[in-house]
Design a protein. Structure first.
Length: 132
């Protein structure tokens, strides 16, 4: 089971939840658990730099066809950009927006890649329901 099985979507909360640090330990599985709007198509690729978990360091291709929410992830050789894992994590969790991501050191993000990444639903209302 994916590590995201322990995540809960919260529509609203009267108080902000406690914040903790997050680390993506298996990037392809994490990306597969994310979704896009069914009316959108998604096709992009980018390199990820992760100096601790080398299996995350790869060029990843993300695709999704109209009519489905799922994101398909595979390795590729063609890259439209480069992201350090920490910056990509902050972006996917909605902590920073695309413009702030682009300003980060070590980030390369083309206009086309940015448009595609914006189609991915960010995890802004996700909180852990279990601490291990």
């Amino acid at each position: 089971a994916s590590g995201l099985s322990r995540l809960v979507m919260c529509e609203s909360s009267p108080e902000p939840p406690n914040m903790i640090m997050a680390r993506i330990v298996c990037l392809p599985e994490f990306l597969k658990a994310m979704i896009v709007d069914e009316t959108e198509t998604l096709e992009c690729s980018f390199a990820v730099l992760d100096s601790i978990l080398y299996k995350n360091s790869c060029v990843w291709k993300l695709t999704s066809v109209q009519g489905e929410k799922e994101i398909h992830v595979q390795e590729t050789e063609d890259s439209q950009g480069v992201f350090p894992i920490a910056d990509l994590t902050e972006y996917l969790f909605g902590r920073i927006d695309l413009e702030e991501l682009r300003e980060r050191e070590g980030v390369i993000c083309t206009a086309e890649l940015g448009e595609e990444l914006e189609k991915i639903e960010k995890l802004t209302r996700v909180y852990f329901n279990e601490v291990v």
